[in-house]
Ligand binder design. Structure first.
Ligand code: ADP
Length: 221
């Protein structure tokens, strides 16, 4: 199955993407993760990415399309694909659709995790993670046992540079202005169903809703 996962920052896309990719045997491609690796590499491109990402602004389309096209082209055709964070603008969606049509592997469903803004800010600003093993925490909803240290490996937890309240508000406004139109673009095109699930519940509840939505789509019901 080939799925585009959409939703505002903080909707829980990353958590759900990992679970859904495993369940439905899809490769999970997160543009945010891929860009963060490049950003951390110290390359010239990495420095350019940093200036956009740390401000909560979108990286220019031509850069992201190029990076993601390469990542998509190297995936095995027999596996499913779960795109998370890309496309985030209508021109990106257009470029992606052309690439997937050329590969003969078009998107089959667009899954939107919808979540109210006030919840998003609280979720994101409290988010922490372990720099060594990647385990995720939240200061209020999922704290580590030993204040600020990873329960698995003891490393000091870190916060993403763009997870501060000011930058989160900027990311939310970029989402509303530039990414929500992508949902409309796919709904208008009508080539695949656009399904929305409520992302306001606990992670397991959201997973249940998302799995049910994808399983229904897969069986064609
Ligand atoms: P979130 O969805 O929580 O904002 P991501 O990890 O998906 O976080 O993205 C982090 C940042 O990476 C974005 O704020 C943006 O600067 C950049 N980014 C990720 N994907 C894209 C994209 N498709 N187009 C432009 N910029 C992107």
């Amino acid at each position: 199955m080939r799925v585009l996962l959409m939703g505002p920052p903080g909707a829980g896309k990353g958590t759900q993407a990992k679970r859904l990719a495993e369940k439905f045997d899809m490769v999970h491609l997160s543009s945010g993760d891929i860009l963060r690796v490049e950003r951390g590499s110290g390359s010239e491109l990495g420095l350019k990415l940093k200036s956009y990402m740390d401000a909560g602004e979108l990286v220019p389309d031509e850069i992201v399309v190029d990076i993601m096209a390469k990542a998509i082209a190297t995936q095995p055709a027999e596996k499913g694909l779960l795109l998370d964070g890309f496309p985030r603008t209508v021109p990106q969606a257009d470029a992606l659709d052309r690439q997937l049509a050329d590969l003969g592997r078009p998107l089959e469903v667009v899954l939107v995790i919808d979540t109210p803004d006030d919840l998003l800010v609280e979720r994101i600003t409290g988010r922490r993670s372990c720099p060594d093993c990647g385990r995720a925490y939240h200061v209020a909803f999922l704290p580590s046992k030993d204040d600020g240290l990873c329960d698995s490996c003891g490393a000091e937890l870190t916060q993403r540079a763009d997870d501060t309240e000011e930058v989160v508000r900027e990311r939310l406004s970029a989402y509303r202005a530039q990414t929500e139109p992508v949902i409309e673009y796919y709904a208008d095109a009508g080539a695949q169903p656009v399904v929305t699930v409520d992302g306001g519940g606990k992670p397991d509840q959201v997973t249940d809703l998302a799995v049910a939505a994808l399983a229904t789509d897969e069986s064609g019901c």
